[in-house]
Structures are given as C-alpha cells and as structure tokens.
Design a protein around this ligand. Structure first.
Ligand code: SAT
Ligand code: MN
Length: 595
C-alpha cells in the first residue's frame, strides 16, 4: 500500500485509526488531504480524466464541474439512516435505530476490502471558525474524490484542521465508501458513543459528506446536549438597518428544500433602501449562551450546498455570480452547445439540453435538472456574506424563526408570546415533505424545529434540552413562525415569496425594536395588516388579510395532530412543553371570534 502526502505530526489516535481502517477496507493507496489549491486541482483533474466529473466551460464557468450521481442516489435516504446505540429509547421514536453491536458488525462486513483498487482519502476537516472554542474537528476516510473536493468547499479542510486537532485532541471519526451503490445495502450509521460515522453505497451529499448532516447536526446535537448548547438546522442572517446602524441576527429553521438558502441570501427589495442583508450561514447554526446571557450563533460550515433547481434571478439573485466560478454542480442539466450548467429557473430553456442523467432532453418530459440538484460553492467568494461569518465568538441572535411548506392554515407570520411558547411553536412544526428526501410522497409530516431527520437522539430529551438551554438565556430572542407557501382555491401560491419575504422580516425587526403593536390570538401575536409594508408591491390587502387570518377550527384540528405526535414520546416528553401545549389548546378551544 502506498501512502502519500502524510503530514509529520499526526496524533497516535488518528494514525492508528487510519491504519485500522486501511486494514479493513484495503485501499491500494492512502492519500492525506492538505486542503491546498494544488491538491484540489489534482483531484479535479483525476475526476475529469476518469470521466467521473465533467469540466464546464472554463471561460464562462472557470473551475466549475458537473457531477452526475447514480439515478438511485439523488437525496438523503432517511429510512436507511440509523442511530446505533445500546437501547432504542436513546434514539427515540423519530429515528431509525439499530443495536450498536449489530450495526457495527454489519458495517464491518460491508466495508471489508471495499476500497481494494481504490484510493482512500484522509480528509481532516474543521467545523466552525479557526480558533473558536465552539469549533470541532472531524476526519473522514473516503474512497470518493468527489466527496473530498466537496468537503474542501464545505468545511475548512486539510492542514488547518490537523493543526486545530493538535490543540483540541478530540475528533469525530467518519468512514465512507461509494461501495457498489447498491441501494439495498446503503446505510448511513451513527455511533454516538464512539463519535463514529459509517456510510456506504452512496455518494449523494447528505449521505456521504459526513461533515454535514451526520456530524454537524446528528452527532453535534448529542455533543451539544452534553455541553449545554444547541446544534440546529438553521440559517443565520444578518440584517443591518443603515439608518440607525443597528444589526440584527436572525436564525431560522426550515426543512430541506423549502427556501432556506434563498431566505439566508435575501436581497431587500427597492422599498427597503435602508436595509442590507448578509449571510452568516444557510443551513446549520450552532447556538450558545454568551457571557451576558445573550444567545450566540456560529455557522460551522464554510460553503453552501444549496438546491440549484429553481435558483435564479427572481428567487436568489445574490448567489448567481458566486455560482460562476469554483463551484461543483450535482445533477443539474447541461447545455451541450457551450458546455454550461443549466437548471429550471436559471434562464430561458436553451435550444438543446442534456438532462441530469446525461440524456437528450425534450420539452414536456420530466424536469431537466433534478429537483434536488445542488451547487457546492465557497462562502468566501460570496459577495453578500456577513463580515462576521468567521467571528470565533459568533453573533448575537435577535430572533429565531420556524416554518415549513403549508398550503393552508398556517399564517404568513406569527410571533410567540414568550420564548417557552416559541419552543412549542418550533416543536409543533408540521410541513410538507420535499425532494430532499428520497421516496417520500409529498405529505404533511411532523418536523419539529426542521430537525426530524437530523436530531441524533430522543427528541423528547431534545425538547427538554431546549428548555434547559433557555434557562441560560437572559436576553431572549423573539420567536416567529413563517409560511410563504399558502395556496388559493386554484392551487396558486398566494404570497409571492422570495425577495418579498423581506417585508415580513422588516415586521419582525419592528417587533424586536418594539415599534409596532401586534394582535393577540390563541397561537400568539399576529400582525395588524397595516403594519406589513406593501410599498412598491401590487398585492391585494384582502389577500393579505386572508394570510393573516386565525382559523379557530383549523387550529383545533392541527393541535389534535400535534398532540398525536407529542404522545409518541411518552415519559420522555417534558412537562413544560405539555403545559405550553395545554395552554395554547385551551385558548384555541375557548376562542370566540370577533365579528
Ligand atoms: O443532503 S443534505 O442533507 O446535505 C441537504 C439537505 O437535504 O438539507
Ligand atoms: Mn439542510
């Protein structure tokens, strides 16, 4: 076996684990990634020459690539994502569980000699800003160069992570193999006790890039519980009011493929000249209590893994320039005329097009780009990033929002009256599923805090942990719920969404500043219609009233569903959350509508 590029100072623990994994998987070569530019070029050339990736037009898209996954490997596979512990109750009713020993044996068997004939890449990575006490180190051993080049964009990868490891000592271990892509033997296993991840027979993002959901959310959520902080599926957005020079940081949880990246990159429309919006993170936030009782947040990632399909001048004008260089596209379509990437929403249909599987595409067929097609692009080249994204102390959170896709009932926005009630609002999130999960029908499901697929432990304990965390926070952020996805009788979206969502963010800011009143309803505060700024927008006030209407019967039915879900947790469900639920339920049932 050849070992390449091995750094001089590697901890004994790391060295012997790499050796052990090599013994099991038997790669021909082990290559230690340093994260350099030169190395990146080498890996990308290898992928291009071996026809695993397509190099795009160098003039129009310098250093950009298109990767096509197997057709059976296009999204996270939640039913094959396992939490592997001694007892099932640790994983809780919302996770798929397998007994630790059983899972470990199964994975050992599957990994046996799986890398023969291949190179194993050692990918050290850092989650969080350099030098931050909140940051964590991980090392992924993978036989996919595609995974390695993605991780170089999404994390701080290579030497920088090894240096940090010398200081921190602890690291999360991750082993991944493309295997043979057999979907029946595809598993993403989490061993929290060992802080070990094992994933096989997949290369798709969230299944294979183990720094992302598997480490930064599932394992991190478990570490967070022990250490007294939160790992959340939340973007982190900075809004500056230039008029009074005030900064606001809003973290927000929305399920995958529900416009989280678009919202994190929102550009205030012309009516809001006094405001700028900048991105700290688009997918994951780690939240801590600060010295003065404030809530602080960091983005553990270093790049964006956003949905390409639908991204365009209307939905997300800010990102487009960033996607023109140093970006890896996965499962988008290709314009063969000039070798450029294309997806629905980007521009008019080109004359000729290959779909995401590489076949010639004709109008009227299914979509050209996969609905869960992705771009992987560095934050650092994103013009509208916040200056604070690398701040080792994070930013102070002013507000949090929860939400999801709901075609009816859920108002455009409402505000929890207290932080505790806000925990309930997050916990009772129910949302329509999207293309980010394999195989799921588009149905409403319980998705508390948009974490249903990402909480690494029993969610009953997780809800309890939210309350414990809240006790440390004296300067409590306001909590909101949003829903951009209400539909009318004809099935059309009522609210235009995207950039216009800034109107709702502005209302939140006014609420944070205490400059507008709101109307109390059983679920919380709803805006007075006239407080939503509709300047420069052609939107019928009657439609807005509809979006801000409280439907007593609808909510009574919603809470029955919420209760059914909460009941699943039995003893593990916190009493405080039942109290919040009971209070809200009573208010809804007692509510007498005004005329
Ligand atoms: O596939 S990822 O988990 O990385 C993206 C998502 O589904 O949110
Ligand atoms: Mn996500």
């Amino acid at each position: 076996m050849i070992e390449e590029n091995k750094p001089q100072h590697v901890s004994k623990e790391l060295e012997s684990w790499v050796e052990q994994t090599t013994g099991l998987t038997k790669p021909d070569k082990v290559y230690w990634c340093d994260g350099s530019e030169l190395e990146n070029r080498k890996l990308l050339s290898f992928l291009t020459e071996s026809k695993q990736i397509i190099k795009l037009n160098e003039k129009k898209y310098p250093n950009c690539y298109l990767y096509r996954t197997n057709e059976n490997d296009v999204a996270r596979v939640e039913d094959r994502t396992l939490i592997c512990t001694d007892s099932e109750v640790e994983a809780g009713p919302t996770n798929r569980w397998m007994k630790k020993e059983t899972a470990f044996r199964m994975m050992q068997d599957l990994f046996k000699e799986i890398m023969a004939g291949r190179t194993m890449y050692v990918v050290p990575y850092l989650l969080g800003p350099e030098g931050s006490s909140f940051s964590q180190v991980g090392v992924e051993l993978t036989d996919s160069a595609y995974v390695a080049v993605n991780m170089r964009i999404l994390t701080r990868m290579g030497d920088i992570a090894l240096q940090e490891l010398n200081r921190k000592k602890e690291f999360v271990k991750a082993i991944h193999s493309i295997g043979n892509l057999d979907p029946e033997k595809r598993y993403i296993c989490h061993f929290p006790d060992e802080r070990l991840l094992m994933s096989i027979n997949t290369v798709y993002g969230g299944n294979a890039i183990l720094s992302k959901k598997p480490h930064a959310l599932r394992i991190a959520s478990i570490i967070a519980r022990k250490e007294g902080w939160l790992a959340e599926h939340m973007f982190l957005l900075e809004i500056v009011n230039k008029e009074n020079d005030k900064n606001y940081y809003i973290s927000g949880a929305l399920p995958s493929a529900s416009g989280k990246t678009n919202l994190a990159m929102i550009q205030p429309s012309k009516a809001f000249k006094d405001f700028t919006a900048r991105t700290v993170g688009d997918d994951i936030s780690w939240l801590f209590s600060g010295k003065n009782g404030e809530m602080r947040g960091i983005n553990p990632e270093n790049g964006f893994f956003g949905v390409a399909y639908g991204t365009g001048p209307y939905s997300n004008p800010n990102i487009l320039e960033s996607l023109k260089k140093n970006t890896i596209f996965t499962n988008v379509a290709l314009n063969p005329k000039d070798n450029t990437p294309w997806w629905e929403g980007l521009s008019e249909f080109p004359e000729t097009l290959y779909d995401w599987t590489g076949k010639e595409w004709h109008k009227g067929g299914s979509s050209a780009a996969h609905m869960n097609s992705r771009f992987t692009t560095p934050i650092k080249q994103y013009r509208f990033k916040s200056d604070r994204y690398e701040d080792p102390d994070g930013v102070e959170i002013s507000a949090m929002l929860f939400g999801g896709r709901r075609s009816s009932l859920l108002p455009l926005v409402y505000e929890a009256q207290t932080f505790e009630q806000g925990i309930l609002v997050g916990a009772m999130t129910r949302a329509e599923t999207t293309a980010a999960q394999s195989g799921a029908a588009r149905v409403v499901r319980d998705d508390p805090m948009s974490m249903i697929a990402f909480c690494g432990y029993n969610m009953g304990d997780y809800f309890n942990h939210w309350f414990e965390f809240a006790e440390k926070i004296k300067k409590r952020p306001k909590v909101f719920n949003v829903n951009w996805f209400r539909k009318d009788e004809n099935g059309n979206y009522i609210w235009p969404g995207f950039g216009e969502n800034f109107r709702i963010l502005e209302w939140m800011i006014k609420r944070i500043d205490g400059t507008v009143k709101a109307k109390e309803f059983p679920i919380g505060f709803l805006p007075y219609v006239e407080d939503i700024n509709l300047n420069g927008m052609d939107f019928d006030v009657e439609r807005l009233k509809k979006l801000l209407y409280f439907d007593k019967d609808g909510w009574a039915g919603e809470l029955i569903k919420v209760k059914e879900f909460f009941d699943k947790f039995g003893e593990r469900f916190p009493k405080k959350l039942w109290d919040e639920f009971d209070k809200m339920n009573k208010r809804v049932l007692d509510y007498v509508p005004e005329n």
